[in-house]
Design a protein around this ligand. Sequence first.
Ligand SMILES: Nc1ncnc2c1ncn2[C@@H]1O[C@H](COP(=O)(O)OP(=O)(O)OP(=O)(O)O)[C@@H](O)[C@H]1O
Ligand SMILES: [Mg+2]
Length: 284
Amino acid sequence: MIKASSSDQASGLRNMSLANKTKVIAVTGGKGGVGKTSVSLNTAIALAQIGQKVLVLDADLGLANCDVMLGLRVEKNLSHVISGEAELDDILVEGPYGIKIVPATSGTVDMVDLSPTQHAGLIRAFSEMRTPVDIFIVDTAAGISDMVLSFSRASQELLVVVCDEPTSITDAYALIKILNRDHGVNRFKVVANMVRSMKEGQDLYKKLSLVTDRFLDVTLELTAIIPFDDNLRKAVRRQRAIVDAFPRSPSSVAFKTLAAKINNWPTPTNATGNLEFFLEQLVN
Ligand SMILES: Nc1ncnc2c1ncn2[C@@H]1O[C@H](COP(=O)(O)OP(=O)(O)OP(=O)(O)O)[C@@H](O)[C@H]1O
Ligand SMILES: [Mg+2]
């Protein structure tokens, strides 16, 4: 465990060998209800099923957040860590296949509006975390708030979840545009969700890339096509993840394919993709 005082927290973070290898992935989408939390949790569990140690940061204050979706009991959240009342390891909630979840902060704490002392507390909390993490998934809230933008720009990879509705496409476009124009992000990985066929997924991706190609200088990649799946809703009603409850259902198969792809993404080798970089970006 690394002990870092608030004054030498940055050097403490640089010493984190585990965190340096952590892949940080934000799951976003602009519009509400497109499946960000479903993608975050099911991909996390599918990664855990193939042996990865996964931490999910629930940065979504909405009703259907991670702990609710999995029927988990949460006592403390990130705000208790920021205020120094708890250590990060103590607030982690364990989900299926050993995934760990950092519960959402209460509505009173905005991650982008922290005082310098709170910043230091947050960085120290992550630098002192004893729980090993291979993959860190950040489930963001709906909309294009400062918090969503800062999580998105700080991550190594950004999954943009879209579904085949005009407002989902326009909201995803607006998010991509702001991240590109104001935050220099130029690579986006699209997840087409709730589609009725592979072709619908590809067409959806084409609709989005047609506008981004025309107006922005960004690279989009179609990373996953997740079919509409009644079993996913059934699983949500039972407070289970579909990859756990119905492992052979079409969307489960797609989540596992996405997890295998993520597993093959290169491990960050420099400061542009690890947990340290993520935290520095987040609080700067
Ligand atoms: N592939 C799918 N097939 C069927 N239903 C789905 C699929 N993906 C998500 N859903 C359903 O859509 C609803 C919204 O999903 P989810 O909560 O994951 O979205 P979200 O983007 O995280 O929403 P919010 O913006 O509120 O955080 C849920 O009821 C979920 O069961
Ligand atoms: Mg959500």
